[in-house]
Design a protein around this ligand. Structure first.
Ligand SMILES: Nc1ncnc2c1ncn2[C@@H]1O[C@H](COP(=O)(O)OP(=O)(O)OP(=O)(O)O)[C@@H](O)[C@H]1O
Ligand SMILES: [Mg+2]
Length: 258
């Protein structure tokens, strides 16, 4: 099958510090890939190299190649703003624009992209809120501030905002770690629905979550503090959790370290 993402030889630095080294992997369209591994092994850093957010950090620098379909995201002349539209991101803490209404939060990305008729905006906002399983809860208060929603609702609002611009890929960095168990399950169900349309990469510290939501799991590790994080193995989630190829993966998922 054609790959949606094809990373080869990716190394990322913060100034002189090499945070991750020589990572290669592929991701198929309409799949969920989970990144797991101990704190500091570079999961978030690697995730941010997939939409050129890493270079926003002062000293942030990348070597290697990230292909999104036929496009090298680090090729000359590629506009990082376009890349971030194609590869959206949802963060650990829900971060709706605090002064904006629910409606405007979802419409924000579209308005940046160009001018839309009011009726077009209405349609996209409704579709995105439905897509994020939030519509029924907010349809009567679209003009109220997004910050007035519960944490779980705010995270679904951020997902609605991210999918409104129809990205190819959705990156999620521990999207449930600030949420209660019910909201967490709601997001997990949503991820299962979203993968019909989008390609999803999720970082999680929750092994059960990785096992529940993902098709493929990538285990990252670092030899010692100060050493760069590396991809140890990536495989079908079922295999990673039943019969991984590398002992360190087995040790990590069975809770012997990290
Ligand atoms: N802005 C930064 N400047 C300098 N070093 C950084 C910066 N952000 C992260 N690092 C370092 O890069 C390495 C990888 O960090 P990263 O946040 O990617 O790990 P992680 O696997 O996401 O960890 P966690 O599970 O705790 O979120 C760590 O050594 C971290 O200290
Ligand atoms: Mg992280």
């Amino acid at each position: 099958m054609a790959k949606r993402i094809d990373v080869s030889g990716l190394t990322a630095y913060y100034s002189t510090f090499k945070a991750i080294e020589d990572i290669s992997m592929t991701v198929e369209p309409r799949s969920v890939t989970a990144f797991i591994g101990p704190s500091g092994c570079g999961k978030s850093t690697f995730l941010r190299t997939l939409n050129r957010m890493h270079e926003v950090t002062p000293g942030g620098r990348v070597e290697g190649k990230v292909m999104l379909d036929d496009e090298n995201l680090y090729g000359s002349g590629v506009d990082p703003v376009t890349v971030r539209r194609e590869v959206g991101m949802v963060f650990q803490r829900p971060n709706p624009f605090p002064t904006m209404s629910i409606f405007d939060n979802v419409a924000a990305g579209l308005r940046l992209n160009g001018s839309y008729k009011k009726s077009e905006l209405n349609d996209v906002v409704e579709k995105s809120l439905r897509g994020a399983n939030l519509w029924d809860e907010v349809k009567d208060r679209l003009n109220r501030p997004g910050s007035g929603l519960s944490g779980g609702q705010q995270q679904r609002l951020c997902i609605a905002r991210a999918i409104a611009v129809e990205p190819k890929v959705l990156l999620m960095d521990e999207p449930c770690s600030a949420l209660d168990p019910i909201s967490t399950l709601a997001i997990e169900d949503l991820i299962g629905e979203l993968k019909e349309h989008f390609t999803i990469v999720i970082v999680t510290h929750n092994m059960q979550q990785a096992a529940r939501v993902s098709d493929r799991t990538a285990f990252f590790n670092l030899a010692a503090v100060g050493q760069p994080g590396k991809l140890i193995e990536i495989d079908d989630t079922e295999r990673i959790f039943s019969n991984p190829s590398v002992q360190a993966t087995e040790d990590y998922i069975s809770g012997r370290f990290g």
